[in-house]
Design a protein around this ligand. Structure first.
Ligand code: ARG
Length: 461
């Protein structure tokens, strides 16, 4: 393969550690697109003839369809996708194939291919995350009034609405999508034409190949172009944050569906049974979403470590950028699709949620707020008075709204029957009308605004 310089074949172990075709064959479409752009630019610049360029393009199209149909035999001895394509091209069109590699190197080739690949991944992920948001918004509208316990420290804190809880993930996902879009913007520059590391003496037109491949511009420094993988790192960082968001939601589903908690039920579609315990309904999909996060963060960590301390320019270490990243992107795709499925599938137990929302004196803050509002008590004092009432209620094992008015008045004589009205969970959530608060009216308004936004996006995208 290396022509003049080499007389013998590599050791089997050398080939085994060096080969990347198992992984980079997934870049075939990008590799062929980049080669076509390069060939047509070479012809336009008079570096190769128009007839060679035409043969090269025809041959590359044939290879594209051969690989697409699964009829292509990838050869490990040819190391990677670039050499496999070029070798097949020479079988198909003869010596003209050898002109394709003028003014380029596998170093700028692989950097170009992988940027194109990651760009496609980002676009696909964005669509999946939009579908996830859509599912959340639909369910939030349906459950804008459904009251559930809100937690801090996993202790019942204040009643919230289920719709509000779902909408929290719509916001997180919006930021994840924003980060993906940012990563896309920065990665969308073309390394092609940087050649091995120093550029080339041929009069190439890097703007032309950049434009042909949908890049904003050619990368300005040839050493940087072939040697950085920050675009992979940035996308993996974004993926890791998104996966962390999904894993938190997955964990909530695991908690909610536990019979000990029983706030939500998943259907047969998103649960599995046990081979020994017939009563079991396990939230495996949610557990696996939670677990996939480990792999995604792991591949970010792995590539950070691969890149750390690498001198400029290309080093073979960088070949290790693809397997982990591809695995991470596939895991995230699966995770977001599974979460979308579960969001559409889950059924809250509304009665259980309402009861749970009132447990643990969840409306104590509402009583304190009433004391502040109606009696002009400083909040700290109201907190103290309410605490004493909660202690009394707890002594006699009563929920707050069942504590006799006389008992409350023994602690604070100015409390009236009107105070009892704020203690219901419905009244509590309805009163939380501050911007971003849990009131059903807020939730409905925000969900509707999101629905509009997502529908508009879908139409334009
Ligand atoms: N398979 C290589 C990679 O993924 C392609 C670039 C090889 N370049 C080289 N100088 N050996 O990084």
């Amino acid at each position: 393969m290396w022509g003049g310089r080499f007389g013998a074949s590599p050791d089997a172990i050398m080939e085994e550690i060096n080969v990347s075709i198992d992984v980079d064959q997934h870049l075939y479409a990008q590799d062929i697109a980049a080669s076509k752009a390069h060939a047509s630019m070479l012809a336009a610049q008079g570096i190769i003839t128009a007839s060679d360029a035409k043969n090269i393009a025809g041959g590359l199209d044939t290879i594209l369809s051969e690989i697409g149909k699964g009829g292509f035999v990838f050869k490990r001895a040819l190391e990677d996708i670039h050499m496999n394509v070029e070798s097949r091209l020479s079988e198909l069109i003869g010596p003209a194939a050898g002109r394709l590699h003028t003014a380029r190197s596998r170093n700028d080739q692989v950097a170009t291919d992988f940027r194109l690949y990651v760009r496609d991944v980002i676009d696909d992920l964005d669509r999946d995350f939009a579908a996830f948001q859509r599912a959340l918004v639909d369910r939030a509208l349906e459950h804008a009034d459904t009251v559930m316990p809100g937690f801090t420290h996993l202790q019942t804190a204040q009643p919230v609405t289920f719709g509000h809880h779902l909408m929290a993930y719509v916001e997180m996902t919006a930021r994840d999508r924003g980060r993906l879009a940012d990563a896309r913007k920065r990665l969308n520059e073309s390394p092609l034409g940087a050649a091995a590391l120093a550029g080339t003496s041929f009069p190439i037109d890097r703007q032309a190949t950049a434009t042909a491949l949908g890049f904003e511009r050619p990368m300005a420094n040839s050493l940087d172009a072939v040697s950085d993988r920050d675009f992979v790192l940035e996308t993996l960082s974004t993926a890791s944050i998104a996966a962390v968001h999904l894993s938190r939601f997955a964990e909530e589903i695991v908690i909610w569906t536990s019979p000990l908690v029983g706030l939500v039920r998943l259907s047969d579609k998103f649960t599995t049974g046990s081979s020994i315990m017939p009563q079991k309904r396990n939230p495996d999909a949610a557990e696996l979403v939670r677990a996939k996060t480990g792999r995604i963060i792991g591949s970010l960590t792995a590539l950070l470590i691969v890149m750390k301390g690498l001198p400029l320019a290309y080093q073979k270490d960088m070949q290790e950028d693809k397997a982990g990243a591809m695995e991470a992107f596939a895991a995230l795709t699966l995770a977001v699709r599974a979460m979308t499925g579960m969001v559409l599938d889950l059924e809250p137990d509304e009665a259980r949620m309402r009861i749970a929302a009132g447990e643990g004196y969840a409306t104590a803050t509402d009583l304190a707020d009433w004391l502040v509002r109606e009696l002009k008590m400083p909040f700290r004092e109201a907190h103290h008075v309410t605490g004493r009432i909660v202690a009394k209620a707890s002594e006699s094992d009563l929920p707050l709204h069942k504590v006799p008015l006389s008992v409350m008045q023994a602690i604070e004589p100015r409390i009236t029957a009107q105070a009892l009205e704020v203690l219901s969970v419905q009244a509590s959530v309805a009163s939380r009308t501050s911007y971003g608060g849990t009131a059903p009216a807020n939730v409905r308004e925000q969900a509707k605004a999101w629905l509009k936004r997502l529908e508009k996006e879908q139409k334009s995208g």
